[in-house]
Design a protein around this ligand. Structure first.
Ligand SMILES: Cc1ncc(COP(=O)(O)O)c(C=O)c1O
Length: 378
């Protein structure tokens, strides 16, 4: 199968090293080789989260398992929770709260706005919330939230906070120990540039104690974080068979993160984000996210002619580059470019130039300008 350049907001292209790691020998998941490999993976996860104080989890599942295990481990039936929503994944978090019996309130920011710490503070004064759920970057809208300020409000109010950092960790600054959130999670296939299939969760000691002191037991076997805790120290204690190849590839991917240096990686993503935003501005397209709240890992913009599908398929057919459309009802109106993982600025420049040609060919830039010969030579 031909390799394409994936500029979708996950999964991302894998380096040869990461791909090779998946093709290694099959290891017994309770044996000593996997044990030492797994311990290294957890240590690398601590590095990418900057988590020395909390408990670090790595287990098999997609990002949604991170969402649901946070909800089910912290929220009991009838608890009042608050979800801050900036797009599709915030809505999913709210739905998970409802599924698990919470009295689930939400504050929605439907037009590309970020959550406001002052609004959160006043909402927290109105009700006795047990947990606040925050999306770091909502991949559907590309909105990045002021996570530090939001978590600070939760801390001041004595409320637990959970941060969905699936589209953020490895691409934008996050320091779990300093942030003070109670649970932060991500998935292997986004800015960490691993294959899909592993979820990485950091939990504060406070969150662990809260789970241990719950009156009602956690209503899940697989998504009960307390069950996974001892496995993180010794994966030879069997809970469920891990996707060993995925874990091995994730270890390799996070080794690459460490070799690059997490701060250099954040800086590289900032350049990728800026480059993409400059191009969107040049096209005169409208961003989905408000200014000041646009993420460095994914960029979403509206396509006036509502021909997002045509642009997407032409770019793939003519240039072998895949970008994403909006989700569900936004699918014709919105394009989303994922710019994270091991992507470098040269590759992104080439891809944006190709997209520029396609956009002009299809009359999709503001004003519907068709490509000219000089445009094509850019
Ligand atoms: C912000 C965010 N949260 C959660 C998820 C769910 O992750 P997964 O699709 O791996 O289950 C995604 C997926 O794109 C996401 O972008």
């Amino acid at each position: 199968m031909e390799d394409k350049l994936l500029l979708i907001p996950g999964p991302t292209n894998l380096t040869p090293r990461v791909r090779e790691a998946m093709a290694g020998p099959q290891l017994p998941h309770v044996g000593s080789q996997f044990y030492s490999m797994f311990k290294e993976t957890v240590a690398l996860a601590r590095y990418v989260f900057r988590n020395e104080k909390g408990v670090q989890f790595v287990f098999t599942g997609s990002g949604t398992i991170g969402m649901e295990s946070s909800v089910v481990s912290l929220v009991a039936h009838g608890d009042r929770t608050l979800t801050l929503m900036n797009g599709y994944f915030g809505h999913r978090m709210l739905m998970l709260n409802e599924v698990h019996g919470a009295k689930a309130d939400s504050i929605d920011h439907p037009n590309g706005g970020a959550a406001d710490p002052d609004a959160l503070r006043s909402q927290l004064q109105k009700n006795n919330y047990s947990v606040v759920f925050i999306t770091h970057i909502d991949t559907s809208s590309s909105v990045i939230n002021p996570v530090r300020e939001l978590v600070e409000e939760c801390q001041k109010a004595g409320v637990l906070s959970v941060v969905d950092s699936v589209c953020a960790i490895g691409g934008v600054p996050l320091d779990f120990d300093r942030l003070g959130a109670d649970i932060v999670f991500t998935a292997s296939q986004k800015a960490l540039a691993g294959p899909p299939g592993a979820v990485l969760v950091a939990a504060s000691q406070r969150a662990i104690e809260y789970m241990e002191k719950r009156k009602e037991p956690i209503e899940s076997y697989y998504m009960n974080l307390l069950r996974w805790k001892p496995i993180m120290d010794d994966p030879r204690m069997y809970l469920a068979t891990p996707a060993t190849q995925v874990i091995m590839a994730l270890r390799e991917a996070m080794t690459e993160v460490k070799e690059e240096g997490i701060e250099n990686r954040w800086a590289r993503h900032q350049r990728l984000g800026e480059m993409t935003r400059n191009q969107v501005e040049e096209w005169g397209q409208r961003f989905v996210a408000e200014e000041g709240h646009r993420a460095d890992t994914v960029t979403s913009f509206w396509v006036q002619k509502e021909n997002a599908g045509e642009i997407q398929s032409t770019l793939e057919k003519e240039h072998g580059i895949m970008i994403a459309r909006g989700l569900y009802e936004e699918k014709d109106k919105m394009l989303r470019i994922g710019h994270f993982g091991m992507l470098n600025t040269d590759t992104l420049r080439g891809a944006l130039d190709a997209l520029d040609l396609v956009m002009k060919e299809l009359g999709a830039v503001a004003g519907g300008v068709k490509a000219t010969t000089s445009d094509r030579k850019r």
